[in-house]
Design a binder for this molecule. Structure first.
Ligand SMILES: Cc1ncc(COP(=O)(O)O)c(C=O)c1O
Length: 369
């Protein structure tokens, strides 16, 4: 099959009302952080996730930062994060003056292992940030149990997990608070954007103050606390609201894509998939595989697929291997996944015949060379 252009790893699907809602912002001149779409989007997304309160922010990183600050995380505190995640998860702790403490991930689910968390708890530990990597829910029941025993704050990093579920509840509703990203490659996007969710009204009020320069509610041009400009705009919210109207269909397609890949690739020697924990439903944000055999170097497979017009992505570099987080400590699962993981195209507009083509090329490429 000859394909004229690259098949991208992800895409943005326009689902319907995006232009109409944006036009409304332009017509009414509500283009900045005030305007009716902001609250509508916050309320609708909170309702979708089954959480009471939401605060939209400029991106997922700002969401993590503001949420940790609102939880009172600061200097001298330790925050446990998985070693295999996007760098923001750990950076947010550093931005607050706290220390990110890395825990290895589970070799099969690729998510933070509850027992690995336990090993990392010290008297300084204040919070845990489990990440639902690539849309696969972390084992939140076990993680919450550990947190409860030790009075730790749990912040779900659901940046990649819109619509994922664990034991009948949506990701984002499973802990003290959660964050999402609406970056362009996410299931639904606002261009750039993020959200903090919690059932604790006071917590969300703190986020609202922190994201808006620490402004006093009673005195003009007075700032009660050191704040930030993490505000979200009416334009972003308008786009996001339209996207949210189509989330069920997007999610369904993502799950069909993953199933189609698994149906074709199952049994292929040397390829393994992310194992979804019992009771969980992945959002399959990114469909990814692990090349288990040493004769299948990821870079070579990536180059061969690129030559056929197929874009892929390696996994995140483990945090413990980044220059500013480097440590001598070993994280075997995260290290292996970082070196052997490969994300295949899985945008919601991907067609089944494109998946067939990708799998065919992949099978040709991953064999012994
Ligand atoms: C797990 C995780 N956390 C946080 C973020 C940060 O989100 P943003 O890029 O919107 O700042 C991302 C970004 O994709 C992510 O994958």
């Amino acid at each position: 099959m000859a394909l004229g252009k690259m098949i991208p790893v992800s895409d943005t699907v326009i689902v319907g009302n995006e232009l109409a809602y944006l036009k409304e912002c332009v017509d009414t001149r509500w283009v900045s952080s005030l305007g009716p779409f902001v609250k509508k989007f916050e309320d609708s997304f909170a309702q979708y996730c089954g959480v009471k309160f939401a605060s939209s922010v400029s991106n997922g990183t700002a969401a993590l930062h503001a949420a940790l600050l609102a939880a009172g995380i600061g200097k001298g505190d330790e925050v446990i994060v998985p070693d295999m995640t996007f760098v923001s998860t750990a950076n947010a702790a550093v931005f607050c003056g706290a220390k990110p403490v890395f825990a290895d991930v589970d070799r099969k689910s690729w998510n933070i292992g509850p027992e690995k968390i336990r090993e990392k708890i010290t008297p300084k530990t204040k919070a845990i940030i489990p990440v639902h990597l690539y849309g696969c829910p972390a084992e939140m029941d076990k993680i919450n149990r550990i947190a409860k025993e030790r009075s730790l704050f749990v912040l779900e990093d659901a940046a990649e997990a819109h619509g994922a579920e664990f034991k009948g509840k949506k990701c984002g509703s499973l802990s003290d608070a959660s964050v999402f990203s609406f970056y362009g490659n996410k299931l639904i996007t606002t261009g750039e954007g993020g959200m903090v969710l919690s059932n604790d009204r006071k917590f969300i009020e703190k986020v609202n103050i922190l994201k808006d320069q620490g402004k006093s509610k009673t005195r003009k041009f007075y700032h009660d606390v050191l704040g930030y400009n993490f505000r979200f705009t009416n334009l972003q919210a308008a786009f996001g609201l339209a996207q949210l109207e189509g989330i069920d269909a997007l999610l369904e397609r993502k799950r069909e894509i993953a199933k189609h890949y698994i149906d074709i690739l199952s049994g292929t020697d040397g390829i393994s998939f992310q194992e979804i924990p019992a009771g969980a439903k992945s959002a399959w944000w990114f469909f990814s595989i692990v090349l288990e055999k040493p004769f299948r170097p990821v870079a070579k497979v990536e180059a061969a697929l690129k030559a056929k017009g197929i874009e892929t992505r390696p996994f995140f570099t483990p945090l413990s291997e980044l220059p500013f987080y480097k440590t001598r400590e070993e994280f075997p699962a995260s290290k292996f996944l970082g070196a052997h993981g490969l994300t295949l195209p899985s945008g919601a507009s991907l067609k089944n015949d494109e998946i067939d083509f990708i799998c065919n090329e992949l099978k040709k490429t991953v064999g012994p060379s």
